[in-house]
Design a protein around this ligand. Structure first.
Ligand SMILES: Cc1ncc(COP(=O)(O)O)c(C=O)c1O
Length: 401
């Protein structure tokens, strides 16, 4: 039977091959240390779980308004005002099925065929594919490693054409682990300011995971009056509250954007799971949860510092210190094109390197290819210190052989 042509524009994830191989090895009883998971290894805080359980037991099991309950949207509006200095009204917010669904629905709502979307690289794997599915054309701007992978205002200016419709800013970033300082964001904003028909999609899902005293701010808070109508602020509960499986994301933006997204979402998914709505209210209005968030952040900060130091001490690897999210993204150029380990196999780029490391050292890494950097690998440090040491010990021993 025939399948849709739109599938032709979507790339198969190279990462999946490595993930499938790791799963197969595990099935054979091999002890694989994985640095793959892009999700906190902590559990969702108890009060958030309880809010959902109570709602479920109380019979909150029916359809709700597509963009979210008034209480959930109000709680998000309050959070954005309190924490991000953004002044959205509840009707300027739509809750979707995770950050991914928020972003995809937003792209579907604003992109027309041929519209160009500027995506700084390295980038989260799904941006280009979602842009293409929405008819857009990804335009990559490569961040420089000596600038912690951040793009410069001059690079951004050079990428703008009459077809540019959107710029994606992801700070803190997956996979680069970098975070733009408010001054750096302002410099990028100065470039975009005259281009009044270009949207900024600010993906702020790692906003609470920042380290080393790094400062950052929400894009639209740079200048609320200037940016409120041109920014889509995307966020979710997945990373901050260890809620990846709950699938709760949201977009805040001008009323026309939210209405357009609501129109699409009402024909696709409708509301998110009804008894998850009170969990949003709990997450954003129980001040005690700040302690849980901070505890997780501290643990990630310690792990990030540790893995960065250890990887940088391995000859052939070069690693930027992470200031946000929970990823390190070392350059493996120094170990490509030379015999590796006992089998002396040679890798010319990250995908081959990851296969060799998985097969011979039993460490699962994610090749940078899907993130736009084929001579880098991504390691998630959302795993215990013991696992980090075990995996890096193996990597180090293998690369020294
Ligand atoms: C940069 C970025 N944006 C969005 C998402 C999607 O988040 P969610 O799991 O809530 O769909 C991810 C998930 O890893 C991500 O890394």
């Amino acid at each position: 039977m025939q399948l849709a042509q739109r599938l032709d524009v979507v790339a198969e994830s190279i990462t999946l091959a490595v993930t499938a191989r790791a799963a197969a090895l595990r099935k054979q009883g091999v002890d694989v240390v994985s640095f793959g998971a892009g999700e906190p290894d902590f559990d969702t805080p108890g009060p958030i779980k309880k809010a959902a359980i109570d709602a479920l037991l109380a019979g909150k099991t029916k359809y709700e308004p597509t963009p979210g309950t008034p209480e959930a949207r109000q709680a998000i509006a309050d959070k954005l005002s309190r924490h991000n200095h953004l002044h959205y009204k509840p009707e300027e917010i739509i809750v979707s099925v995770g950050g991914k669904h928020s972003l995809y629905t937003a792209f579907m709502a604003v992109l027309n065929p041929g519209d160009e979307v500027i995506i700084p690289a390295p980038y989260w794997v799904s941006y280009p594919e979602m842009v293409k599915l929405a008819g857009g054309v990804p335009v990559f701007v490569k961040g420089q490693e000596n600038c912690d992978f951040k793009i410069s205002p001059a690079q951004l200016a050079a990428a703008i054409t009459p077809k540019t419709r959107m710029v994606i800013i992801n700070s803190p970033s997956n996979p680069g682990g970098h975070t733009y300082h408010p001054a750096e964001l302002s410099a990028l904003a100065a470039v975009l300011e005259p281009h009044r028909d270009i949207w900024v999609c600010s993906d702020e899902i790692y906003e609470r995971l920042i380290y080393a005293g790094q400062q950052t701010c929400s894009w639209a808070a740079l200048n609320w009056d200037l940016w409120k109508d041109r920014t889509m602020t995307c966020n979710c509960l997945s990373k901050t509250y260890a809620m990846t499986g709950w699938r709760i994301g949201y977009t805040a933006g001008p009323r026309s954007l939210i209405a357009a997204m609501n129109k699409l979402q009402s024909q696709m998914t409708s509301n998110i799971t009804s008894f998850c709505m009170p969990a949003i209210v709990e997450a954003y209005s129980n001040p005690n949860l700040e302690q849980d968030v901070e505890k997780m952040r501290e643990a990630f900060e310690a792990r990030g510092l540790h893995i960065w130091k250890r990887l940088n001490a391995i000859p052939g690897l070069k690693c930027v210190r992470p200031t946000g999210a929970f990823y390190v993204f070392p350059d493996i150029g120094g170990v490509l094109n030379r015999p590796l380990g006992p089998s002396a196999q040679v890798a010319t780029q990250a995908v081959e390197f990851c296969k060799i490391i998985l097969d011979e050292a039993h460490v699962a890494l994610v090749p940078g290819t899907d993130f736009g950097f084929p001579d880098h690998v991504r390691l998630s440090f959302a795993t215990s210190m013991a696992n980090i040491d075990k995996g890096v010990d193996r990597l180090e021993a293998f690369l020294k052989r």
